[in-house]
Design a protein around this ligand. Structure first.
Ligand SMILES: *Cc1c(COP(=O)(O)O)cnc(C)c1O
Length: 369
């Protein structure tokens, strides 16, 4: 019997535990960990991963949107959840599910305070997001005095944390820029604490920040990609274990004669007699068309099989001319050895994109090994 009956994404909780322990070995024992589980836990299984991380000791979870926080609450996660990018239209949902909003603009702050006062909330935890150079979301340093006044004038909210996000923490050739961001963050968080009269938690490091700038860990760090097994450089990748393995099976084998074509648009023409395997996974599932025509590969019996022709919606064809295999054999698209990092690099992408693109059509299977 073939091991795999269909295309599945295996999520290895033992590998997750390894990564959690590795990353926390880089920080002080008292520093809190906010585990980022946005985008379905970087394409894995947000609830399963969050349950395991809560056991391992994560103090906070981070999601991008309110709806992702609701999924965690429905899945039974009781740990505090920071919503990194809530929209004012969802304040009701945020509060009903005890989610904690990141507040990144004055309009949002006014809106949330008004909402909190109207609903008689007392000291509802909010998190202030500052832009220190990514130029994406966040207050600027100039806003510190105004927003502190507004917050001091109400007892409906309390600032649980002050945070910022680094633009290039993985790139040591941008070390000066990062240090500039960190310095700005230090002075902003100091000013906020002075003006508020209390000390919110501070956090500004993502995975590569933990690895490259641990001296700025403050009270909490936010890690995403590292938990899933990637460290944004060769040596850190070697210390981490990818938690997701995308597996499929050979549906059918074909003998192709020299000069025959394979797939849509006849994009591939066989230069010699060859054998192809058709696999039940396609661009719907997150395998971009950019992997077609020899750019991407899968692993069968430990050997690389290159993609032949264009990626179809639900299928790909690969070259197995030199790989002894039969229909039903297991195929690894990416995993611990043939990694999502290596595959994504073939199209100039990053594991973040490949992992989060894996469609919800593919069943997630939790394992420990
Ligand atoms: C996604 C995200 C993170 C996690 O970053 P990694 O590089 O995956 O560790 C941290 N902070 C914010 C604000 C994010 O959006």
């Amino acid at each position: 019997m073939p091991e795999t009956q269909e295309t599945v994404l295996e999520i290895n909780l033992d590998a997750l535990g390894h990564n959690y322990r590795y990353l926390t070995s880089k920080i002080r024992p008292e520093t809190k960990v906010l585990a980022v589980v946005k985008a379905f836990g970087y394409g894995s299984d947000a609830v399963a991963v969050a349950e395991e991380l809560a056991q391992l000791g994560a103090s906070y979870f981070g999601v991008a949107y309110t709806s992702e926080g609701l999924v965690l609450r429905k899945g039974g996660i009781n740990t505090p959840i920071l919503v990194l990018h809530p929209l004012p239209a969802n304040f009701d949902l945020v509060v009903q599910s005890c989610l904690e909003p990141s507040i990144y603009s004055e309009k949002m702050l006014d809106g949330f305070i008004a909402y909190a006062e109207k609903n008689n909330l007392k000291e509802y935890p909010i998190h202030l997001k500052f832009n220190t150079g990514l130029n994406r979301l966040g207050f600027s340093e100039n806003d510190v005095a105004t927003i502190s006044e507004k917050i001091k004038a109400t007892n409906a909210v309390t600032v649980r944390s002050v945070f910022s996000h680094l633009a290039a923490s993985e790139d040591l050739s941008e070390k000066n820029y990062t240090e500039g961001q960190l310095e700005k963050f230090r002075s902003i968080s100091e000013a906020i604490s002075q003006l508020l009269g209390y000390r919110p938690m501070r956090h500004t490091l993502n995975t590569s920040g933990i690895i490259n700038f641990p001296e700025s860990q403050y009270e909490m760090v936010r890690t995403g990609i590292g938990l899933y097994g990637f460290g944004n450089n060769v040596s850190e990748n070697a210390n981490l274990r990818p938690i997701a393995t995308l597996k499929t099976v050979i549906s059918q084998l074909h003998e192709i004669q020299e000069g025959e074509s394979v797939g849509y648009n006849r994009a591939f023409k066989a230069p010699r007699r060859m054998r192809t395997a058709t696999l039940p996974i396609g661009h719907t599932d997150g395998i971009s068309r950019a992997y077609g025509n020899g750019t991407g590969w899968v692993t069968i019996k430990g050997k690389k099989a290159a993609l032949v022709g264009n990626v179809c919606m639900d299928m790909i064809m690969v070259d197995v001319t030199d790989i002894p295999c039969i229909e039903g054999d297991e195929v690894i698209v990416f995993g611990e050895k043939a990694t999502a990092e290596a595959l994504s690099r073939a199209i100039g992408s990053i594991p973040y994109e490949l992992l989060t693109a894996i469609s919800q059509r593919i069943k997630r299977v939790i394992c420990r090994k």
